[in-house]
Each structure stands twice: as structure tokens, then as C-alpha cells.
Design a protein around this ligand. Structure first.
Ligand code: SF4
Length: 528
């Protein structure tokens, strides 16, 4: 027996709640179900009531491989100018609709940015776009997903101690994340996530949501770490730690710096100590010094010896030399072996970035006396600095595709998951490559700097709104039970917009594909 025909509820819903003011329209693009008065926008500022019609306020972002000089960057969908004039979105009427050659549609990619959300889950995604790549029929399923399960992983290139691992990270006093495992030359934060969005107070969820949106949209965020530092971080910018902009990402740990520059130190200094909170290196004891037949200096270090010439815990973590709390590097030297050390011994102490460096000569009592650093030694210290990269904040969005994202693609979501794992589907976020984590589910990670500006929004559930696109061969889309009846050619999309939005005006913003990004169609997926 045929299934009964289901009523189709479009997002541009008219008033349907009898108790609702008839001047309002209900937005059903997310569980909040805002009832929006004329001339006002909903709680997320993404939808508005314009003359009784629900409209998506922001333009859909379309990528082109190349952009002709002077080409309009914000235009209504082709054929929508009249709609816009009839009380729709403030599309610039004097601008023409896109006049691009529709034969060049292989150069156009519809991103999820501004594409709209579908709710409840079973609705097909707003754009299911058919296109051709090298003669192969492709489909891209495009949506602006609502992510309750998502977070931002932040890599901060600095030696400086930001806070103990597992310490709470706060924004406006609310806990919004924690310090996680440090990496090579970088401190790492895990921010946002379902625990803070849903598991704490309403205020914690709201602040976490706002912070995540700002971070994803490449804006600066101010944070404090319990027992640690105050931070200002922004994707693609140097972190500001306790009011000081970080400059250099270290060349390596203290041991690595000894190993890299040992031959250059040879003959210029009798001992070199590279101060590092994690692994402090001592040249004459280190394998690099031994291989160069360097004479032992008799230096006795504080801290815990790991292997020859490599010391842990020479001081406490901090924002001083090499990520320690010391201002005087001599404080990490216990003593000198009188039977080995000699007056006139030349000692260089430097941090892993070369930002701190001092030169000493032992006096008759074997006390280090600071002296002017010889030019050749200064040149090596400068080279350490030269090998440091600019300190940067990197922000990666990490999200799990939930209900509407998967059901918007297919009626049988596990087939989508399997197709992704079988490398049949390329996942992108705003056209940027997304790494798909191994294991179950669809957990993706993307660099926000490779995504269009303002890709992220929020809804007050609270949750993050983020673009996601699934691209595959049309034949594979049919096999995984895709919504084939909602596939629209790119030409049709450019003429009519999203399937659920027919007649409601929305603008298009054209962007050129960032040079760092591969063209999203026809690419092998980044699988874990
Ligand atoms: S929060 Fe936004 S998406 Fe959700 S119902 Fe309100 S206007 Fe629509």
C-alpha cells in the first residue's frame, strides 16, 4: 500500500498557531520555533519577517574558482530582483542578477553558509545541487547544520605557561572549556562543547555559545585560565598573553635546540644551556656535544635528569625564560664541579626562542660573571630567533553531524556514514576541506581560516550553526537513498534558490575560492 502523502511545511510558514498574533510568522528552522513580528528578526537574527514572509537574512555564499574583475559580489538569485522589490530582502536593486555564463557552472560551488537549516530532521537539506565534474554527474547536499555537539580546538604557539592541564578556561567568568595536552611549541585549549552548552547553567550555555561563534568567525575572544594567564586569542593572529603579544614560536625544545645548533656553538662557547620548561638542554653532556668531542664543563643542573644533557623540571612553569618562571637563568644551575670546571669557561644561556640570552665567563672562584656576548655567539642566538616561526593562534572547528544533517541527505542515514567511510563522499565546511575522524559517526574537523568569513551562527537552544556540504557522484547518492526528487541543477538553483524557499527572496554572495583550498568537487575525502 502506498504511504499517505505527507503535508509539506515550508520554512516560510504563515501563521498557524491560533493563539498567535496574525501579524507574526513562525520560523520552524530550528526547535526554538520563533514567532516573529513584522519587521523583526528571530532569536538568532538569521530569519526575519518581511511583510509577512519569512526570509533568510544573510546571503547564501557561493564559491567560484575565479572571479572576474568588477563582478557583482552580492546579488539576488537570478529572477529574484522583482521579489526583493516586493517587500523582500534589501537586495541592491541596481545590481544585476548574476550574469555569469551558466555554461561555467562547473566553476560554481554552493556552500552551506547562509543556506538555511531544515527542521525537523526528516526534511531534505535546503540545497541538493546537481552538477557535472569532468563529465561525471555529481550531487552536493548543502545545509547549515545546527550543532549541539561541537567544539573548537585551539593551538596557541607559545612557550609561555598558560595554565595547568585540565584547568578551566573562562569567558566572562563562565567556564567554557579547559586546557588540554600541550603540543610541540604550542599550548592547546578545548573550548565549547555539549557539556558547557547544555550541562551547566543557562548563562554558561549562552556565554559558551557566543564565545564559540566569535572564535569561529575569526573574531578576538578574551579568556582567563584558572591558575594561569589572561588571554586574547583570534584565529590567524598572534596570541596576547597577559597583555603581551607573543612573537615567536620556538624552534624546538631545549634538547632539540642544542642538537640543531651544536656545530655552530662548537668552538664559540665551552658550555651552552637552552632553558626550557619541558626539556632543558646542556651541550657538553648532550649526545650532540659528545659527538663533537666537547670537554665536560662540570656544570651541575637543578631539576630531574632524563638522559645525558636533557633535564626536566629545572624550574616551575611560567612566562619567563623558556616557559619557566625564572628571570635569572643562573638560578637553574646548582653548582660547578671544581675538579672539572675552570676559570675563564665561557657559558651561553638562551631560551628556546633566543628572546632571552646571556653570556657569562667563570671567574677565579668559578662564579659566572655576565659579560658582553661576542658577535659570533650573538649571530647564533639570532639564528635561533630566525628559525622561530611567527606565533599564531589556530582554530579548528570540530563537529558531529546529527539528526537533521544526516536525515537531510538520506532517509537511511547509516548509508551516508558508510559512504563517507568508504571514501565515496567528500565532506566540506563552507567549501573548506574537512577531516573526517575515524570510528563511528560523522565527526569532522575544519580550519576556520579556510572557511568564509562569518560562517558560524547560533541558535538559542543553545547550539552553533555551521555550514556543511556532502559531495558525491549522483549514482552513489541514489544508492544511499538520497532525496533524489529534491535534486536541482545548479542552473535551477541559481534561478530559484533553495527548494523550500521558493518565492521568498534571498541574496547570494559570491566569493572566490581561497587559494589554500582545493576545489570541493571531485576531491578525495580527508579520512582518518
Ligand atoms: S532561533 Fe532562528 S532558526 Fe530558530 S526558530 Fe528562531 S529565527 Fe528560526
Amino acid at each position: 500500500m502506498d504511504a499517505p502523502e505527507l503535508p509539506q511545511v515550508l520554512e516560510r510558514a504563515r501563521p498557524r498557531n491560533e493563539r498567535m498574533n496574525t501579524a507574526k510568522v513562525e520560523c520552524n528552522a530550528c526547535p526554538v520555533l520563533c514567532q516573529i513580528s513584522e519587521g523583526r528578526s528571530g532569536a538568532c537574527d538569521r530569519y526575519a519577517n518581511q511583510a509577512g514572509v519569512l526570509v533568510r537574512v544573510d546571503p547564501v555564499v557561493l564559491l567560484r574558482k575565479t572571479m572576474a574583475d568588477g563582478e557583482a559580489v552580492l546579488v539576488p538569485f537570478a529572477g529574484r530582483a522583482a521579489d526583493a522589490g516586493a517587500g523582500g530582502q534589501d537586495a541592491p536593486a541596481e545590481q544585476p542578477a548574476w550574469s555569469g555564463d551558466l555554461l561555467l557552472t562547473e566553476e560554481v560551488f554552493v556552500t552551506g553558509v547562509g543556506s538555511s537549516t531544515t527542521y525537523p530532521d526528516y526534511k531534505p537539506a535546503p540545497f541538493i545541487v546537481g552538477s557535472k565534474v569532468d563529465g561525471v554527474d555529481m550531487v552536493t547536499v548543502v545545509t547549515e547544520g545546527i550543532f549541539s555537539y561541537c567544539s573548537f580546538k585551539v593551538k596557541i604557539d607559545t612557550d609561555r605557561f598558560l595554565g595547568p592541564e585540565q584547568a578551566n578556561v573562562r569567558c566572562k567568568g563562565e567556564v567554557v572549556g579547559h586546557v588540554t595536552t600541550a603540543e610541540y611549541g604550542s599550548q592547546m585549549l578545548s573550548l565549547g562543547g555539549v557539556h558547557h552548552l547544555t550541562g551547566g547553567s543557562k548563562k554558561e550555555g549562552r556565554i559558551a555559545n557566543e564565545m564559540m561563534q566569535m572564535l569561529g568567525n575569526k573574531q578576538a575572544v578574551e579568556l582567563t585560565i584558572d591558575g594561569g594567564s589572561q588571554l586574547v586569542i583570534q584565529a590567524g593572529h598572534a596570541p596576547i598573553v597577559n597583555g603581551v603579544a607573543e612573537q615567536r614560536m620556538r624552534v624546538g625544545c631545549g634538547s632539540a635546540a642544542i642538537g640543531i645548533f651544536a656545530r655552530q656553538f662548537f668552538g664559540q662557547a665551552d658550555e651552552v644551556v637552552v632553558v626550557d620548561d619541558h626539556i632543558t638542554g646542556v651541550l657538553t653532556e648532550h649526545q650532540a656535544g659528545r659527538c663533537l668531542d666537547m670537554k665536560s664543563s662540570g656544570i651541575k643542573m637543578r631539576g630531574r635528569k632524563s638522559t645525558p644533557g636533557r633535564y626536566f623540571q629545572v624550574a616551575n612553569p611560567g612566562t619567563g625564560w623558556g616557559g619557566t618562571d625564572i628571570a635569572d637563568p643562573l638560578s637553574i644551575i646548582e653548582t660547578w664541579d671544581e675538579a672539572v670546571a675552570w676559570p675563564g669557561l665561557r657559558l651561553l644561556m638562551t631560551s628556546t626562542t633566543g628572546e632571552h640570552a646571556s653570556w657569562y665567563v667563570l671567574d677565579e672562584s668559578l662564579n659566572p660573571v655576565e659579560a658582553e656576548m661576542p658577535a659570533e655567539v650573538r649571530r647564533i642566538v639570532d639564528r635561533i630567533g630566525e628559525n622561530c616561526e611567527p606565533s599564531m593562534t589556530s582554530v579548528l572547528f570540530l563537529g558531529g553531524a546529527g539528526g537533521s544533517l544526516r536525515a537531510g541527505v538520506t532517509e537511511n542515514p547509516v548509508l551516508l556514514t558508510r559512504s563517507i567511510k568508504n571514501a565515496l563522499v567528500n565532506v566540506t565546511c563552507g567549501g573548506a576541506p574537512a577531516y573526517v575522524w575515524p570510528g563511528g559517526g560523522i565527526t569532522v574537523m575544519a580550519d576556520v581560516l579556510r572557511m568564509p568569513d562569518n560562517s558560524f551562527g547560533t541558535v538559542p537552544t543553545p547550539a552553533i550553526v555551521a555550514p556543511i556540504e556532502f559531495s558525491m557522484r549522483r549514482s552513489d547518492y541514489a544508492l544511499l537513498g538520497g532525496h533524489m526528487d529534491q535534486v536541482r541543477s545548479l542552473r535551477e538553483v541559481l534561478e530559484r534558490g533553495a527548494w523550500h524557499n521558493d518565492g521568498a527572496p534571498q541574496s547570494v554572495a559570491w566569493l572566490t575560492l581561497p587559494s589554500a583550498n582545493p576545489w570541493p568537487l571531485g576531491q578525495p575525502p580527508l579520512l582518518g
